[in-house]
Design a protein around this ligand. Structure first.
Ligand code: PGA
Length: 249
């Protein structure tokens, strides 16, 4: 795990865009794993800027998102389909046929999970997967207790996750209770993983991510066993991590 320390959110986003570009360039059909939430918004702004400046094209890029709420329609503002269109897809030269996001309004959730794995198997592995981290150590919507062997599956959202995400809804009651997420094993099959984290409120989670026990009680800890992970974190998020463990960029 390579820990890259940056001063702030903007630097995190720029460095992340550099690493994404490096990993997509030179490939015929690169596969990019995408995340939602506040953390990657700055990275997406950078990618849009660089796409407009013709420094990168997304025409041949195939994308797979980590997760989607169950019961939220793609056109609803709270859906991750909507988020991705708003924050990235509608601004870049992406071929919409190359976009994959789990269908949260399917009538057969189990079949949707299997289909998602098959689609990924067909074009994968993911060349570079972008990740955020929850305060409880979740990656994607893999909440504490999720098996490290898990593939794409249906999850019950933890209360802390629903509370954190209630900022996107009118009230906590409106936050879905279930979602479809890539599993931990699905994520671990990515060739490279790029985890972004910013801000003091994630400091305790970052410490556990980097040198905590590897345990299903803290899902992100499994990343310690992945051969190629970059963590880009700002000073606030790295507050509890000794400087000797990080590279300043
Ligand atoms: P955030 O979410 O980027 O909105 O903090 C990250 C996560 O919960 O994985």
């Amino acid at each position: 795990m390579e820990i890259l320390k940056v001063e702030n959110y903007d630097q995190m986003s720029e460095k992340a865009a550099d690493i994404v570009m490096e990993h997509l360039q030179g490939l015929d059909k690169p596969v990019l794993g995408l995340a939602t939430g506040s953390t990657p918004e700055g990275l997406y702004r950078q990618l849009i800027k660089r796409n407009r400046a013709k420094e990168i094209s997304f025409q041949n890029v195939i994308t797979f998102n980590l997760d989607e709420y169950i019961g939220v329609k793609p056109e609803d503002k709270q859906s991750y389909h909507y988020y991705m269109n708003q924050h990235l897809f509608q601004h870049i030269d992406m071929d919409k046929r190359n976009v994959h996001i789990p269908n949260g309004t399917t009538r057969n959730e189990e079949e949707e999970c299997k289909l998602y794995e098959r689609q990924l198997m067909h074009v994968g592995p993911i060349d570079i997967q972008i990740l955020g981290i929850g305060v409880n150590g979740h990656i994607g919507f893999n909440e504490p207790g999720t098996s490290f062997q898990s593939k794409t599956h249906v999850v019950e959202l933890a209360e802390s996750t629903r509370l954190a995400n209630s900022r996107y809804f009118n009230s906590l009651d409106e936050v879905p209770t279930k979602a479809i997420t890539m599993g931990i094993d699905t994520i671990m099959n990515s060739k490279t993983i790029l985890l972004l984290v910013s801000g003091e409120k994630k400091a305790a989670a970052v410490k556990k991510l980097i040198d905590g026990e590897i345990t299903e009680a803290f899902p992100a800890s499994i990343l310690q066993q992945h051969p190629k992970v970059y963590v880009i974190a700002d000073e606030a998020a790295l507050r509890e991590v000794p400087n000797r463990n990080v590279v300043h960029v």
